[in-house]
Design a binder for this molecule. Structure first.
Ligand SMILES: [Zn+2]
Length: 293
């Protein structure tokens, strides 16, 4: 896109004017409410004894669900950890990336890092969480569980898997926030979420790559829902948002359900990988520990 194009500027202004929410930057993948919902419901989507353990700390996981975004706000080097634009290098289903990431098990190249390394970041934090559980470092486990959840949820947001992340290449500026923040906020309490139960993951990189492809495949649907809703009108038209909401609600529900299942499965996988240690910290929530200090 030519950022100086008058028409695109107008589209962007119209998109901003139609909404009180102006964040559409990559530093804010999924809106705050979406991350809170994912962490809350992922805590309930676990088998025992993890379910009791995570539910006793649910307030912490919800409160801190967007900590990685706060970090990204101040630290530009954090931002690429929240997305992946594999389509900047090659076409779906990204055979070269699959070769590097899954078959050769390699660290990201400089180019891959620049295009977003969320798939590596998820693995890094699952391994850290595994070690935290093994060493019974409960504070570190709380911190790392939040980061696992955040990056994993970001990957399930289709617009975090495409170069056209804000519709800037297709005259749909603002779609990022319209989908992940405005829509989720508007549907709050009415979202029908049906996550698959948490299950231990045997091949972590294969699962992460599979989640990436599933999310990418939905990006065209999200952009399409927006394009259809604005057809014959502008983003300022009162008919736009209801039309967009109707088309995009099932997509948001499907993606958030995927996020809940993915996050809870990653938490469960870390605990299983640690040898299913007794969760001695379960009785004391993070806030209780703070009060004791
Ligand atoms: Zn993020």
């Amino acid at each position: 896109m030519d950022p100086t194009s008058k028409r695109q500027k107008l589209v962007a202004l119209l998109a901003l004017a139609s909404s009180p929410l102006i964040f559409s930057s990559l530093a804010w993948p999924w809106g705050r409410r979406a991350h809170e919902v994912v962490n809350e419901l992922a805590s309930k989507n676990l088998p025992e004894p993890l379910r009791t353990y995570f539910q006793s700390r649910q307030a912490y996981f919800v409160e801190h669900s967007t900590d990685p975004d706060l970090l990204a706000k101040d630290d530009p080097s954090e931002r690429p950890h929240h997305y992946i634009n594999g389509d900047a290098n090659e076409r779906y289903p990204f055979p070269r990336l699959e070769e590097h990431f899954f078959r050769e098990h390699r660290a990201p190249t400089a180019l891959e890092k620049r295009n977003g390394d969320v798939i590596w970041q998820i693995e890094t934090y699952v391994l850290r969480l595994t070690k935290d559980f093994k060493d019974k470092r409960w504070d570190d486990a709380d911190h790392d569980a939040v980061y696992v959840a955040h990056y994993a949820a970001d990957l399930t947001q289709p617009l975090h898997t495409v170069s056209n992340y804000d519709g800037q290449l297709t005259h749909q500026a603002g779609i990022h926030a319209r989908f992940e923040t405005e829509l989720v906020n508007a549907l709050n309490g009415r979202l029908k979420l049906a996550p698959q139960p948490a299950a231990a993951i045997l091949n972590l990189r294969a699962r992460i790559f599979g989640e990436y492809l599933a999310s990418y495949r939905r990006s065209k649907d999200v952009l399409g829902a927006d394009r259809s809703a604005v057809a014959g009108r502008t983003y300022l038209d009162p008919g736009f948002f209801p039309a967009f909401s109707k088309a995009a609600q099932p997509l948001a529900e499907e993606r958030l359900s995927a996020a809940i299942s993915f996050v809870s499965s990653l938490w469960y996988t870390a605990w299983v990988g640690a040898g299913q240690p007794r969760l001695l910290g379960a009785a004391r929530s993070p806030s209780m520990r703070r009060e004791e200090k």
